[in-house]
Write a protein that binds this ligand. Structure first.
Ligand code: FE
Length: 222
């Protein structure tokens, strides 16, 4: 897919599935990711990390197993799915923090005693589905990744990006950043490191917002 399609395809995804009601949370999935992108921008993060924050949950839309399935107890591996989908346009500076943002939650739960208290009830629930806090050996492996710190930064913006009173810019605000990153990546020759390139998202359920399987469930902190 041509690089100039990236911003359009992602914008369409935000406007379709991303705009749907979000399982009882006061923010939509699109609002959640836009807030995360904005928090990264406000923190002065480099462009690839802003993009990673903005796009960290696209795997809920692009994978074969949905966020609904995650809330029913089946790990949808959305971080892996999202990273593989994004790899058609972006390099590891973007895709690796996305791929590792669930692992970062597991890591931070084990590494920082106060971190667990920050998690929403839904995120506590999905933590169990996703493997729970890391074991010591898993922590060492995570820390060995050159993208571990970036993943933890994305994770913290993720956790904070659920405020219904926080206004976030429209996706268009980030379009030029997406364009610049995809152009830079298309000009860079490097071996494929993580997963196949996937040409398109799972067909969006346009006009059919996902409904919560339970009113107590919330998912914006995945
Ligand atoms: Fe998230």
């Amino acid at each position: 897919m041509a690089r100039q399609d990236a911003a359009r395809v992602i914008a369409d995804l935000f406007a379709s599935e991303g705009a749907a009601g979000y399982l009882g949370e006061p923010v939509t999935q699109a609002d959640h990711m836009l807030q995360a992108g904005m928090l990264a921008e406000q923190a002065g993060a480099p462009a690839p990390l802003i993009a990673a924050a903005l796009l960290h949950d696209v795997g809920h839309f692009t994978g074969a197993v949905s966020g609904q399935d995650l809330m029913r107890g089946t790990d949808n591996k959305h971080s892996d799915q999202g990273a593989a989908w994004l790899a058609q346009w972006f390099g590891p500076e973007v895709t690796e923090p996305v791929r590792l943002h669930v692992e970062a939650k597991r890591y931070l739960c084990a590494a920082e005693p106060d971190y667990f208290a920050r998690l929403s009830p839904a995120s506590v629930y999905t933590l169990g589905v996703q493997g729970g806090p890391m074991r010591t050996d898993e922590m060492a492996a995570f820390e060995a990744s050159p993208y571990a710190q970036d993943a933890c930064r994305v994770r913290r913006w993720d956790d904070d990006a659920k405020d219904p009173d926080r206004s976030a810019p429209a996706f268009e605000h980030f379009a030029s950043l997406i364009d610049a990153l995809t152009k830079a990546n298309s000009d860079t020759v490097r071996p494929q490191r993580h997963g196949p390139r996937i040409a398109s998202a799972r067909t969006p359920h346009r006009g059919h917002p996902r409904k919560s399987p339970g009113s107590s469930e919330s998912t914006a902190a995945w």
